[in-house]
Design a protein around this ligand. Structure first.
Ligand SMILES: Cc1cc2nc3c(=O)[nH]c(=O)nc-3n(C[C@H](O)[C@H](O)[C@H](O)COP(=O)(O)O)c2cc1C
Length: 491
């Protein structure tokens, strides 16, 4: 656009203005003395701070634009690196455009408003100054929304960030950092999920704690830190993460093939007993208990809270039992009292010594002639390839469940079949059955793993993987990513 030339009086002619319904601050000094909403409702700061919650369900009620403006105005009063304020916000309140955003990620399909937050792409990445500044703005907006009786949800899982940018017309120079969903809450959690205690996470002058490792290497994890971490995971809400469909399919097929509805040699009238070992979130325990209703389920875990949480997920409620450390109200599983013990995708998180102790403990818990069902991720499979792909793309890209975990869900190292079978034999277990699944990623996993790729690259990778998958399918017994073994204890 050419700039308008001065008129005869020497004044700049007024620029063609977009029709303005009301003043959005264009004529006002933005020194904090003016804000879109007048007067601002009085709210107690601490009340707002502690009662803000992430809202996952919104009503359809539209949000008036002066409230959206007020939220964004609170945002731009956040600190920014060098005060460069290289942020740009696009509030999408047009249902049709929001529907297109929702196609990129279901998380953008919940609220009547999605505020796209972008920051100067190449602005100092020193210590992520761009991301930090944008985050300060987002948090200001979240608190302002709470003060105005609105709810927010901070979205990083937006699917293809470039597609989001294109959809709202932001230039390439702007990086979409996050999206803040905004609206009136339909469901509002009564209380916030628990926080780690202040004394555990804060220090004066010198760090005096024991950090929870951020490594996937089981050797880096002291067993008590693992117990603390899992307790935090379960109690703080990571329990909401669901296994991916391809993980579930492998498990369900193995269950159907390997585990009978009731044990073959069960005494008449007896209730078969199943012990699920280290279930952590209990999602799989619950699923198994629904598919094998004849069994009574108990669970064994590292902390009483986690064990109780999982044992309460089955019907009738199971016993919460302890490994490796029992306490007065938290007993070890009684010896020889289970028909079946399952340990699904948990040996990968243990140090070699702990693994050997667990094999022996499981042999104690099961009755003579009883079964041990083990599931593990195969070191000699494409698992390593998906992990390196994730690493190359800059760390965690969305939290996944235990069968293909992100580094932020605890220790996890795929195991070789030989390791599993040798260690089991050393603890006295006899191998009865072997199964392996998915020597190559299934179509839904492939679509998921390539969801942030450009269309051309995605097509190429998916095509190549499908071709390799066809070649590898006959090898799934040995090269399948998900491996299952059934062992029997000597009679
Ligand atoms: C950067 C970021 C990303 C988040 N992504 C998700 C998400 O993908 N799914 C989800 O249910 N919650 C997500 N949340 C919300 C957190 O789970 C939530 O903040 C946390 O459980 C504490 O609850 P509260 O916000 O109600 O206090 C995200 C929060 C932040 C800050």
């Amino acid at each position: 656009m050419t700039s308008p030339s001065p008129d005869e009086s020497g004044r700049e002619p007024s620029r063609p203005q977009e029709p303005q319904i009301r003043d959005r601050g264009g004529q006002q000094p933005d020194d904090g003395s003016w804000h879109p909403l007048e007067p601002l409702p009085a709210q107690d700061f601490w009340q707002v701070l502690y009662s803000r919650r992430s809202i996952r369900r919104f009503t359809d009620q539209a949000v008036p634009r002066d409230l959206i403006d007020q939220v964004m105005h609170a945002g731009i009063w956040a600190p920014s690196s060098c005060n460069y304020q290289m942020w740009d916000l696009v509030a999408v309140d047009d249902p049709e455009r929001n529907a297109r955003l929702a196609q990129l990620s279901a998380q953008m399909g919940n609220a009547p408003v999605n505020i796209i937050v972008a920051y100067g792409r190449d602005f100092s990445e020193e210590n992520y100054a761009n991301i930090q500044s944008a985050s300060a703005l987002i948090q200001n907006m979240s608190l302002a929304a709470e003060a105005l009786g609105l709810g927010t949800f901070w979205i990083t899982q937006m699917g293809d960030a470039q597609a989001v940018r294109d959809l709202v017309g932001l230039p390439l120079d702007r990086r979409v950092v996050a999206v803040l969903a905004l609206g009136y809450a339909k469901i509002r959690p009564k209380r916030g999920p628990k926080r780690r205690p202040l004394a555990q996470v804060t220090h004066y002058n010198h760090y005096a704690g024991r950090p929870i490792p951020s490594s996937v290497d089981p050797e880096a994890w002291e067993p008590d830190l693992l117990a603390i971490y899992q307790r935090a995971r379960v109690l703080n809400g990571l329990r909401h993460n669901k296994p991916r469909p391809w993980e579930r399919r492998a498990l369900e097929t193995a269950l159907q093939t390997m585990i009978p509805e009731i044990p073959r040699d069960l005494e008449e009238g007896a209730t078969p007993r199943w012990l699920d070992v280290l279930p952590c979130t209990g999602i799989l325990t619950e699923a198994l208990s629904q598919k094998r209703r004849a069994y009574h389920f108990d669970v064994v875990e590292r902390s009483q809270e986690v064990a109780r949480w999982c044992a309460d997920r089955v019907y009738p409620k199971g016993r919460a039992l302890a490994w490796p450390t029992a306490g007065p109200d938290f007993p070890e599983p009684p010896a020889e009292s289970f028909d079946l013990v399952s340990c699904l995708f948990r040996l990968e998180g243990l140090r070699a010594d702990d693994r050997r102790n667990l094999w022996r403990a499981m042999a104690e818990w099961v009755r003579p002639g009883g079964l041990l069902w083990v599931g593990f991720v195969n070191q000699r499979s494409f698992h390593g390839w998906t992990e390196s792909m994730r690493a190359r793309r800059g760390g965690p890209q969305g939290v996944e469940y235990v069968l293909s975990p992100d580094p932020n869900v605890g220790p996890f190292q795929a195991l070789a079949s030989e390791t599993i079978e040798t260690e089991a034999a050393q603890a006295g277990w006899q191998l009865r059955d072997r199964l392996g699944f998915q020597a190559a990623p299934e179509p839904d996993e492939l679509a998921f793993r390539t969801r942030n790729f450009s269309p051309t690259k995605g097509k190429l990778v998916r095509g190549g993987a499908r071709f390799a998958g066809g070649l590898l399918r006959p090898l799934q017994a040995s090269r399948g990513r998900f491996q299952f073994r059934l062992f029997e204890k000597e009679r």
